[in-house]
Design a protein around this ligand. Structure first.
Ligand SMILES: Cc1cc2nc3c(=O)[nH]c(=O)nc-3n(C[C@H](O)[C@H](O)[C@H](O)COP(=O)(O)OP(=O)(O)OC[C@H]3O[C@@H](n4cnc5c(N)ncnc54)[C@H](O)[C@@H]3O)c2cc1C
Length: 534
């Protein structure tokens, strides 16, 4: 029998402890906001799915102080991790997407890619979230919620005891994944190409040391008419353990029951390309492959992050990255609103910034899926490929929480090799020294706003405006008394400001506003008021 109790209050309740939910809780903690994260399962995920953290994700994880932990938990990419299109794992290779060397962009970012699996990354983010004040309740399911003008009542059930309780939250973050219920119940529809296929994922043990190009880790997309649809093969964290994914067809009446262990083993042998291969099936799971983007990323006080906002084919490895980055970009805005230093309207920028980005990444992964796994379905409607450094280090938020300039052209991508430094763009990377120690400019960002300037007068103005508005804002004077020295003496050109100017950088290292004029308190205050909806 269940009993209902009232009324715990939290500033932010997050549902779902996947990459999106744990990331949101961690970054909220970094900005000083404790959250309650609920997850229906007893632990974070143990299914092998996502692997890899791209440069922009590693930058965010560095800000949270966990990039080294995540890197150490992952595979060393220098050892090689081929990604190939082949007829089978041991069969003819049709095309190599990545061979021995993965691309790196040391002139664009201080970070290298990470290669940790989702199974290892989620616990690291969860642990850091707890260190920073989040409470995580596993075995707790969201049943329903109701929002009014001031907050959200969320009905939770303890899956162990069956007990229910209602928690009052100022904001609800839906990180409940592609099968989550919050989005629909918040009245948000989706658009896109819809469900593409249903796949069975088989984790199995086999001795394939010699088969997998001599590498501990590899990813194969198979193109072979012998498979009725898509088939992929990937390594896992456990040596000698692998995962194969292949389409099955519920639309023709197939069910998982049609795949007893021996049939699964036969399909896996065909994927590997070794008839009679001795193998042990460890687990079987079903997953849907879809291309679906939410029509809005917020509805009142409910905000979507991760797969519930954008479900995409896995081709290109950005689903989990985008999930983590949604949390990164949403958290400081929630913290600003909860902390009373921004108006509620700031949260409208979650949709304005993250939905176009989600659309772009989902479109890229759909096009990758067609090119890598299903070329027979190509019909010319796929998006043109965007170079990775633009998609991951050059995306822009021209109509988000920024003060656009008069000549803003609305471009959502720029080439980070030629940064403009204009509002709505990543703060361009450069190296500094502080008291002789080398640091990337990224290390100045992450908590509160930063006014980057060479002018002591602007620094004084920043302190004055920060005090007047109660906004966490500090100045960093390059070439000033703190001995912050621009190693290349070139930063102003990259940021597009003159010798007297200043650039206002948001906590998520995006440029909010800039001025080439002499220090002006009224101008800085007006910019902050506009960005923060004050
Ligand atoms: C085969 C495959 C390979 C992939 N490879 C990659 C890759 O290489 N790189 C990459 O970046 N991405 C990859 N992805 C995508 C990546 O796995 C997802 O984008 C990512 O896991 C999404 O994270 P999420 O937190 O949004 O959702 P999820 O990980 O689905 O987490 C949602 C959580 O919410 C919980 N939940 C749901 N409803 C409730 C409720 N009512 N109450 C409480 N809890 C609830 C669920 O139990 C779950 O734990 C892959 C996906 C697949 C299927």
């Amino acid at each position: 029998m269940s009993t209902t109790q009232h009324h715990e209050h939290v500033p932010v309740l997050i549902v779902g402890a996947g990459l999106a939910g744990t990331s949101t809780a961690m970054f909220l903690g970094l900005h000083g906001v404790p959250s309650l994260l609920v997850e229906r399962h007893p632990t974070t995920s143990n299914q092998p799915k996502a692997r890899g953290q791209s440069w922009h994700t590693m930058e965010a994880l560095r800000i949270a102080g966990v990039s080294e932990r995540v890197r150490a938990a992952g595979y060393d990419l220098d050892l090689g991790m081929p990604i190939v299109i082949a007829e089978s794992v041991t069969g003819r290779v049709l095309h190599e997407i990545i061979g021995e060397r993965w691309p790196e962009f040391p002139h664009l970012t201080p970070e290298r890619m990470g290669m940790a699996s989702q199974e290892r990354t989620e616990p690291i983010l969860a642990e850091r979230a707890r260190e920073l004040g989040a409470e995580i309740r596993f075995g707790t399911r969201l049943e329903s919620f109701e929002q009014d003008a001031d907050g959200v009542d969320v009905a939770l059930t303890d899956t162990g005891t069956g007990r229910s309780k209602t928690v009052r939250a100022d904001h609800l973050v839906a990180a409940d994944g592609w099968r989550g219920v919050v989005r629909e119940r918040a009245g948000i529809g989706t658009h896109g190409r819809g469900e593409l296929t249903r796949a069975i994922g088989v984790v199995f043990d086999a001795d394939l040391a010699d088969a997998v190009c001599g590498h501990e880790h590899a990813l194969f997309y198979l193109q072979n008419p012998a498979f009725d649809g898509m088939a992929n093969f990937v390594s896992t964290d456990t040596p000698g353990r692998w995962a194969a994914f292949f389409d099955y067809h519920p639309e023709r009446g197939e069910t998982l029951d049609d795949y007893p262990r021996e049939r699964l083993a036969e399909v896996v042998r065909r994927i590997v390309g070794i008839p009679g291969l001795p193998l042990e099936v460890v687990s079987v799971a079903e997953t849907g492959i879809a291309h679906r983007v939410a029509d809005r990323f917020s509805a009142g006080r409910v905000h979507l992050v991760g797969d519930t906002a954008h479900t995409m084919p896995p081709h290109g490895g950005q689903g989990g990255n985008t999930a983590m980055m949604d949390g990164f970009y949403l958290a400081w805005k929630l913290a600003a609103v909860v902390g009373g230093w921004a108006g509620l309207g700031l949260l409208d920028s979650h949709d304005a910034e993250r939905r176009p980005y989600g659309e772009m990444i989902a479109g890229q992964q759909y096009a990758n899926m067609i090119a890598r796994s299903m070329p027979q379905l190509a019909d010319g409607t796929e998006d043109a490929p965007v170079p990775p450094e633009q998609a991951l280090l050059g995306y822009r938020y021209p109509d988000g929480a920024v003060v656009p300039e008069r000549d803003e052209d609305g471009a959502r991508l720029e080439d980070p090799n030629h940064p403009t430094g204009r509002p709505g763009s990543h703060a361009p990377h450069f190296w500094l020294t502080r008291s002789g120690e080398r640091l990337p400019v990224l290390d100045l960002f992450g908590r509160g706003f930063v006014l980057l300037t060479g002018s002591d007068a602007w620094a004084k103005v920043a302190t004055e405006v920060a005090g007047r508005l109660g906004v966490p804002l500090r100045a960093e004077v390059v070439g000033g008394t703190d001995e912050l020295v621009d190693a290349d003496r070139d930063w102003r050109r990259r940021y597009g400001i003159g010798p007297d100017g200043a650039t206002l950088v948001r906590p998520d290292r995006f440029v909010a506003w800039r001025s080439s004029d002499a220090a002006d308190a009224a101008a800085l205050e007006a910019a902050l008021r506009r960005v923060l909806h004050r």
